[in-house]
Design a binder for this molecule. Sequence first.
Ligand code: BTN
Length: 245
Amino acid sequence: IGKNLIVLDEVGSTNDYLKKLGADGCENGTVAVAREQTQGKGRLGRVWKAKKDDSITFSFLLRPKIAPSEVSSITPLAGLAVCKAVREFTGLDCRIKWPNDIIIGKKKLVGILTEMSAEFDAVEYVITGIGINADTQDFPDDIKEKATSIYLATGGHFDKNKFFASVLNHIEEEFIKNGLKLSDIALKEYTSLCATIGRTITFSRNGRSVKAKAVGINRNGELIAELPDKTTKLINSGEVTVQGI
Ligand code: BTN
């Protein structure tokens, strides 16, 4: 990952940028990183906003020989890799908030957005975009309580290039080691670093909000929730709120 590395001063969104390159046939493992995004995208139609050089915003493109249904393991593997990289590089006790945030305490440090292009049940390419709040010293008032950065959590600046290289290495290692799947070892590591598992969650079903206990994730990256009547339910998308974080 990153042999073909494109460094951009400013771009709309690194995910959208790679989508164009993907359609033009760029190589597996291509990475685009930008100092600033003007149209940064989050999940569920949200925006990812950051001032120039405040966050590390990048996307990588893979051309895996897998079915569209197997793409769901990519985000948790990427989350696991980034979580391990942050912990190793900074010593911070960051955790994964299912499905795809990395948090410190209750505050978000990293967001991940995976998108794919598939045709006739075969994946053409998958793009995973990652935004890491790195040097942000001041968040806007509306997210101050909900977001943090490596700078704020460690109290200092750090070598962003070295850190970025470590993040890419961790992603490559995790993907090679696990063959793009949530292997037993990846599931175990994910579970031990996941802040959601073991907590009470609330999700909405048929317009009603239902409480359950998160007990694990499965090989598809779906959250396994235990309902009060002890039946289990798999949750794979939409909004889940977690009590306590
Ligand atoms: C989320 O938390 O909802 C996901 C945020 C993903 C943000 C990253 S920044 C790099 C890449 N380009 C985008 O437009 N979005 C992702």
